[in-house]
Design a protein around this ligand. Structure first.
Ligand SMILES: CC(=O)SCCNC(=O)CCNC(=O)[C@H](O)C(C)(C)COP(=O)(O)OP(=O)(O)OC[C@H]1O[C@@H](n2cnc3c(N)ncnc32)[C@H](O)[C@@H]1OP(=O)(O)O
Ligand SMILES: CC(=O)C(=O)O
Length: 529
């Protein structure tokens, strides 16, 4: 591992500046634990003294966080203009945080000095020098985030360089050049970093925002130009369009550029950790996130699958296992025989020797998809389709005679209630059951359970966890139809089924019944019709 290179995470500070993200102290402690496990060098915990939650985070971190790898870092501003550094309560709060490293944000664009700080060029330099010096005297490691550096450099190169030199001379360990507005492109970053290194001789870092969609590329350009620290956030959280996604930056550095910036083997944990942090932050995972997204190694096109069958490397830039991710086959109307064979293997069917069957299943999938089905989001329905193709029939757990749903508006309560009735045979008996629900799907779910539970008590272990409805365009190959996707959770797994029909209730019924059939058969329950 290259110990001279610093991986600096700011998920808990700049990442928390993302719209809609709100991390509790407990969340921050948990995320810090994951970051340490990943092996980053620095964890910026927040701004003590400015944000009460962050002050509390540092207080608790001192006793509750047992970091093995990372150095906890507090973030804050240089002293205020016209205030002695010893008298600035914000600077004192940084010291009181007990963080061994402190990152100061400072203005390096003269327009910000004059218009935002409303002070002089000289006073800003004094604010930088005195604050860095004061914190160094307190025995802290100090970094300086040079805010708006690239815009400031373009406007007044001389002043931007003066800020860098002032911080370096006062004892800052690295001066981090920030593309605060995120408007730069890689060639500009490369040229400016190169020039600042040559002119100042200071150790530099990079902090990029993603407003041009280039935060990762800009960070890599800066690394190539010689910065010794890269800042970013997990999953690219951050102000506006976010920060450089540290997940991508680290995977690029380790796997593409051969830079060993994490402890040995940790890059293989990055998918798990990126997802765990999404869970804690309550952020929906980005399916197409490079390296770690659910779609990062998901293959849909038939031609891709046919080459992957020969060698997965033919259609993958790395082995997904290198980042702890998995290859997945998607079955759709774009599938060919190879896609069906590989997906079948994933689901436990060996279809390799039956070219004719593969052709039949491929044709059936294409036909059903043209009618509105989608199997890439409904593995359980596809598995039942394969069972039928291989064994001649799918499992049957009951014989349905009829079902019906009515919706009743009750004036007394102002509510619309759905009532479902089903007539079926299970366990050798004809059952007629009725149940109510606040919508047609919940009424159908309840009535099916009511009718089947005496015969299949295992149904109690399954529950409907998600439900999506889509009305498909009437101008496509068929008339308008409704597609329903149902997600069911039970017995330690989650499965999805699809139903398609001219109306929403019929499509829901199909998807629900398939979810029950798949659930029971995957639990190994014997049919007792
Ligand atoms: C680029 C970045 O993302 S940096 C991180 C930004 N993060 C945050 O702003 C989140 C936390 N911020 C806060 O809680 C508040 O904004 C605080 C506590 C920092 C300041 O709040 P307030 O004192 O109410 O001031 P307000 O936000 O209106 O203005 C900021 C003040 O800091 C001063 N300031 C701004 N940057 C700096 C700096 N680098 N060094 C010193 N002072 C600075 C401004 O001049 C202004 O001073 P003034 O109050 O004398 O006019
Ligand atoms: C410091 C910081 O977050 C920025 O300049 O973007």
């Amino acid at each position: 591992m290259d110990t001279t290179f610093q991986v600096y995470d700011t998920t808990l500070r700049d990442g928390a500046q993302q719209e809609g993200l709100s991390l509790s102290v407990q969340d921050k402690l948990a995320i810090a634990g994951h970051l340490d496990e990943l092996g980053v060098g620095f964890i910026e915990g927040g701004w003590p003294g400015a944000i009460p939650k962050d002050t509390e985070f540092f207080r608790r971190a001192a006793t509750e966080l047992n970091l093995k790898q990372a150095v906890l870092t507090a973030f804050g501003a240089t002293r205020k203009a016209g205030v002695a550094v010893h008298d600035d309560p914000q600077v004192q709060a940084l010291i009181d945080s007990l963080a061994p490293a402190i990152t100061l944000v400072a203005k390096s664009d003269i327009r910000h000095v004059e218009r935002a700080l409303r002070t002089t060029a000289e006073e800003n330099l004094a604010m930088v020098t005195e604050t860095v010096h004061h914190l160094r005297e307190q025995g802290r490691r100090v970094f300086l985030d040079a805010e708006h550096f690239f815009d400031g450099y373009a406007f007044d190169r001389g002043y931007a360089l003066e800020v860098v030199r002032a911080a370096a001379q006062a004892g800052a360990e690295a001066i981090v050049l920030c593309d605060t507005n995120g408007g730069m492109l890689p060639p500009q970053i490369a040229d400016i970093v190169h020039d600042v290194r040559t002119e100042s001789g200071a150790a530099l870092g990079i902090h990029c925002h993603n407003d041009t969609g280039c935060a990762v590329a800009n960070s890599l350009a800066a690394v190539d130009a010689g910065v010794i620290q890269v800042q970013g956030t997990l999953n690219g959280y951050g102000e506006r369009t976010g920060n450089a996604d540290l997940v991508t930056v680290l995977a690029d550095l380790e796997l593409k550029l051969g830079r060993r910036v994490l402890p040995e083997g940790r890059i293989q944990d990055i998918t798990r950790i990126a997802h765990a942090v999404n869970e804690i932050a309550n952020v929906s995972p980005y399916q197409r996130q490079p390296y770690v997204g659910a779609s990062a190694f998901a293959h849909k096109a038939g031609l891709h699958a046919s080459a992957i069958k020969v060698d997965p490397d033919l259609y993958q830039h790395i082995d997904p296992a290198a980042v702890g991710n998995d290859m997945r086959m998607l079955v759709s109307d774009m599938a060919g025989r190879a896609s069906i064979e590989l997906k079948g293997k994933e689901l436990g069917f060996d279809l390799s020797s039956d070219r004719e069957l593969l052709g039949e299943v491929t044709g059936r999938v294409k036909h059903l998809e043209a009618r509105g089905y989608t199997f890439e989001a409904a593995d359980a329905s596809f598995s039942l389709l394969l069972t039928e193709a291989v064994h001649g029939a799918r499992p049957v757990f009951c014989e349905v005679e009829s079902w019906r749903v009515i919706t009743e508006f009750r004036g007394a309560t102002g509510e619309a209630v759905c009532e479902a009735t089903v007539k079926l045979t299970a366990g050798g008996n004809r059952v007629v059951a009725t149940a109510e629900g606040n919508g047609p799907v919940s009424a159908l779910d309840r009535v099916l359970r009511q009718a089947l539970l005496p015969v299949y008590p295992e149904l109690d272990r399954m529950k409907l966890t998600d439900f999506k409805v889509r009305i498909l365009d009437g101008q496509s190959a068929t008339d308008a139809v409704t597609r329903v996707l149902v997600e069911t959770t039970g017995a330690g797994s989650v499965w999805q089924t699809v139903g398609v029909g001219p109306n929403m209730i019929e499509a829901s019924w199909q998807a629900l019944l398939e979810s029950f059939v798949y659930g029971l058969s995957s639990m190994g329950v014997a049919s007792r019709v």
